[in-house]
Design a protein around this ligand. Structure first.
Ligand SMILES: [Zn+2]
Length: 476
């Protein structure tokens, strides 16, 4: 069968005649998949639906038990529609597609998530399977830019455009999509990772976090290894700019250097991609589906989104980011890295417990009361979950879903972990101690500063700030 694409019919007929084959039309079916159609239209899915229906009809037998029919359904559904769904983005409609009454099982509501999880697999393969033929075809067709196949514009295939949309997922407010937020570059020798553009440090690409520096950099497309070789310490040649930096830009460089201070490249290991939700096993459709259908809608509640708060200094967000991934130099981590000996792993407060992140920030008998004092000040009530990630999410939501309140509590949570970590360091390195009451005062002062830096008209009546912050911010 010969199919013409933007070719005159007469020419096509002639060619078909010479080659001795039929002239085909778009869309046509190949391996049970419609090729060349418009997957956003319902009619595109008709052949898929029909095939499912015909398979079921053949077997529609009163001799089959309900259980038997279910098994049959599952096998037909998995072999046919999963195949189609893994290639194309289905239109989101409340009815039909392949979910008629007889199809049951997979609820319509979840179909979209399932579809996305399947498409996500292609995004993942596009990262880890670059030697595959399919990838090379795409790269040749659309071109590559910083290790990624370009979108291809309006003339690109619908299939590829949907994959790219999922991969790049720039939401209305510029937040990262679930796929982009779920992958991360684990850097080994750094030769295969773009310093600015890849997400490898700090939970967000450096080009996004330090957008201004990226704009000014003369090394936009250098790899991590190249930047290291240039020298990314103070005054290093990695920091080559298009013009002299302003003071506040210099401060950003200092911040960025702070992030890099712990990075040691391993000359033996290659860089690789990890799927953050399963760092050992890589992307699975099941895992992604679970992620997308979790009842507490991860996209909104993922602490990773909560920590990049626009009123909070970047260094604080970075601290929280490291904290939530257990990458702070807490003593248990230092023991694991053989920096200190196991007998030196005790909490700085003298409470007698091992200093883990969870202990220090949540369960230490000296610091834990800070959370209840903080809640008493705001006038909210909630428990303290045992896991830091849960704690972060729950605390931010403990005053209901009003956006402004959530944003404020989020800011306070970040401020609190910042203050606790400073206190820990003061005790450890400067032998200076503050009481819980003094720590709470610090939280009040810092959080007010941060908000005032962002909007100086906020909270005129600072008396009221000390007694009832929600009233003061008019979000009570
Ligand atoms: Zn302790």
């Amino acid at each position: 069968m010969l199919v013409g694409v933007i070719i005159a019919d007469s020419w096509l007929a002639e060619a078909a005649c010479v080659l001795g084959c039929r002239v085909g039309m778009i869309p046509f079916m190949y391996l049970g998949l419609p090729i060349g159609g418009e997957p956003r239209r319902l009619s595109f899915w008709e052949p898929v639906v029909n095939r499912i229906r015909s398979r079921l009809n053949v077997w529609k037998s009163r001799f089959l038990s309900f259980g038997g029919r279910l098994v049959l359904l599952k096998s037909v559904l998995t072999s046919l529609s999963v195949y189609a769904l893994s290639f194309f983005k289905a239109p989101s409609v409340g009815k039909t597609v392949c979910m008629r009454k007889e199809a049951g099982g997979l609820g319509v509501r979840k179909l979209r998530e399932f579809n996305e999880a399947l498409l996500g697999k292609w995004c993942w393969r596009a990262l880890v399977d670059k030697t595959g033929l399919w990838y090379r075809v795409l790269a040749a067709r659309y071109g590559e830019h910083v290790g990624r196949v370009r979108e291809g514009g309006r003339h690109g295939s619908t299939w590829w455009r949907e994959i790219v949309r999922l991969r790049d997922a720039e939401g209305a407010e510029g937040e990262m999509g679930w796929f982009a937020a779920g992958v991360e570059r684990r850097v080994g020798n750094g030769v295969d990772t773009f310093f600015w553009i890849d997400l490898w440090l700090g939970g967000i690409p450096l080009s996004v976090r330090f957008r201004r520096l990226f704009d000014l950099s003369q090394h936009k497309l250098k790899t991590v290894a190249e930047m290291r070789d240039f020298g990314w310490g103070s005054g290093g040649a990695a920091w080559l700019w298009r013009r002299q930096l302003w003071v506040w830009e210099e401060e950003m460089v200092v911040e960025c250097r702070g992030l890099l201070s712990n990075i040691v490249l391993q000359n033996t290991g290659a860089d690789k991609w990890v799927w953050w939700h399963d760092p050992g096993g890589g992307y699975t459709v099941r895992g992604a589906y679970n992620l997308l259908t979790r009842t507490d809608m991860v996209v909104e509640d993922d602490p990773t989104d909560l920590i990049w708060h626009k009123q909070v200094p970047t260094k604080v967000s970075i601290l929280a980011w490291r904290l939530l991934r257990n990458r702070l130099p807490t003593k248990d981590n230092l023991v694991r890295r053989h920096v200190i000996t196991p007998d030196a792993h005790f909490c700085v407060t003298g409470c007698g417990e091992v200093e883990t992140a969870q202990h220090l920030f949540l369960s230490c008998s000296v610091f834990a009361p800070l959370w209840s004092s903080l809640r008493a000040w705001i006038g909210i009530y909630s428990a303290d979950p045992l896991l830091l990630r849960d704690h972060c999410v729950q605390f931010s939501h403990s005053s209901g879903d009003l956006r402004a309140r959530r944003s404020f509590l989020q800011l306070l949570w970040l401020c609190s972990v910042w203050v606790v970590w400073q206190e820990r360091n003061n005790r450890l390195f400067k032998a200076k101690e503050s009481t819980v009451h003094q720590l709470l005062e610090k939280i009040k002062v810092h959080s007010l500063w941060w908000m005032k830096a962002y909007n100086k008209h906020i909270c005129h009546n600072s008396h009221m700030w000390w007694s009832s912050p929600l009233v003061c911010l008019s979000i009570a």
